[in-house]
Design a protein around this ligand. Structure first.
Ligand code: FES
Length: 107
């Protein structure tokens, strides 16, 4: 299973977890009690409270940002950066093993 390292906003201790292929970064965070992901819309790309920054790992293997994700990222509470993604829109693949994900300010 691909491994993802989550960096919470209020902790210096990374959370290293196994995710299933096909699971989203948001789902993996919620399932593993990573703090700071609200996911108010449940993964429907309608709230931007699953905003994360992709800090490292196989970033070139990420699927591109869709138009819907791009629009919602503009509504995010936390500062939008070049490496911003919505956690619910990034689905794990074997190639994404080793991804490093920093939680944004989601209110
Ligand atoms: S959970 Fe609402 S946009 Fe991702």
């Amino acid at each position: 299973m691909p491994v993802v390292t989550y960096l919470e906003r209020d902790s210096d201790t990374p959370k290293v977890v196994d995710l299933r292929v096909g699971q989203s970064l948001m789902e993996g965070a919620v399932a593993n009690r990573v703090r700071g992901i609200q996911a108010e819309c449940g993964g429907a790309c309608m709230c931007a409270t699953c905003h994360v920054y992709i800090d490292g790992g196989p970033v070139n293997d990420l699927a591109p940002v869709s138009d819907e994700e791009d629009a919602m990222l503009s509504e995010a509470i936390g500062e939008r950066r070049e490496n911003s993604r919505l956690g619910c829109q990034v689905r794990m693949t074997a190639e994404l093993d080793g991804l490093i994900v920093r939680i944004a300010d989601n209110g």
